[in-house]
Design a protein around this ligand. Structure first.
Ligand code: ATP
Length: 268
């Protein structure tokens, strides 16, 4: 397949939603699409505004980490949201977006799993990372930004990431249209988000998410900064926490945002 155009017009035309990605901003290069979407948020951009870049010079991951992806082959995009709910519910949106990207990949014919809380993986390697950030004023959410990085047609994995990253192309041998994947992700997200805000809990997606959970029923190590521990991953609860059962039978609910979880024998 010849490389499809990827710009404001092609992305906009591909997205068929009510509000998610209804307004698209595109740049060949930005520092970080999350930072860009936050600026748009401060300037009054509407709920659902999508900031997409072909290349990020300072892409961000969780806990101060970097997201690295070359130009021309990946999706880096951030959606701006203006929810009415309390700030405490916002971290659950990472889970909502994770499932949405997994569903978009599925629609493209690629079977994916999810590495809780924020990665979509194929063959136990990461094809997508998600970073949720929010701005709160006087106890109310001003805006939430959810950044999504997807390795689409990447043919060489950036140095140092070979053991934990992959791309849709490397896993399937097929090139994909980035416009279509971005559109499917926005469509799935809009649908999931609207279900989420009815109750502000994740019971509506728990079953689907747990079915896709890469290390469901498997031993994991919770990298708690104070006292790391091991247990078996038993799925997420309705608030998006990962339930880990320790050897002595006690169950701990690990909150998203605080820690990383690793497979005992590999990254996932
Ligand atoms: P953990 O693996 O501890 O759960 P994480 O998945 O939360 O971490 P993120 O913060 O989502 O990690 O993303 C940043 C990390 O992802 C980086 O530290 C790097 O290891 C990895 N990474 C960076 N760029 C890419 C990429 N293009 N594809 C896959 N992984 C990447």
């Amino acid at each position: 397949m010849t490389e499809m155009k990827f710009d404001e017009k092609t992305i906009s035309n591909a997205i068929h939603t009510k509000w998610a990605g209804k307004t698209v901003h595109f740049a060949e290069e930005v520092d970080s699409t999350n930072e860009w979407a936050k600026k748009l948020g401060k300037d009054g951009a509407e709920h659902g505004t999508l900031a997409v870049a072909d290349y990020q010079s300072a892409g961000k991951g969780r806990l101060g980490r970097r997201w690295t992806a070359p130009s021309g082959s990946c999706i880096t995009m951030s959606v701006l949201l203006r929810p009415d709910f309390e700030p405490q519910y916002a971290p659950m949106l990472t889970v909502v977006m994770g499932l949405s990207v997994a569903q978009a990949a599925q629609k493209m014919g690629v079977e994916t799993s999810i590495k809780w809380p924020n990665d979509v993986v194929v063959s136990r390697k990461k094809i997508c990372g998600i970073l949720t950030e929010m701005s709160v004023e006087e106890g109310k959410i001003r805006y939430v930004v959810i950044g999504v990085g997807i390795n689409v047609n990447l043919d060489t994995i950036p140095e140092g990431l070979e053991d934990k990253a992959t791309s849709l192309y490397l896993e399937t041998g097929k090139k994909f249209d980035r416009n279509e994947i971005a559109a499917y992700a926005m469509e799935a997200f809009e649908n999931n988000y609207e279900r989420f805000i009815k109750t502000c809990d994740l019971s509506f997606l728990q079953e689907d998410y747990n079915r896709m959970l890469a290390n469901f029923g498997q031993p994991v190590r919770v990298l708690d900064p104070i006292a790391p521990y091991e247990g078996v991953a038993c799925g997420i609860d309705e608030r998006g926490g990962l339930i880990v059962e320790k050897k002595d039978g006690t169950r701990i609910c690990v909150s998203a945002g605080e820690v990383s979880v690793r497979g005992l024998y590999s990254y996932v």
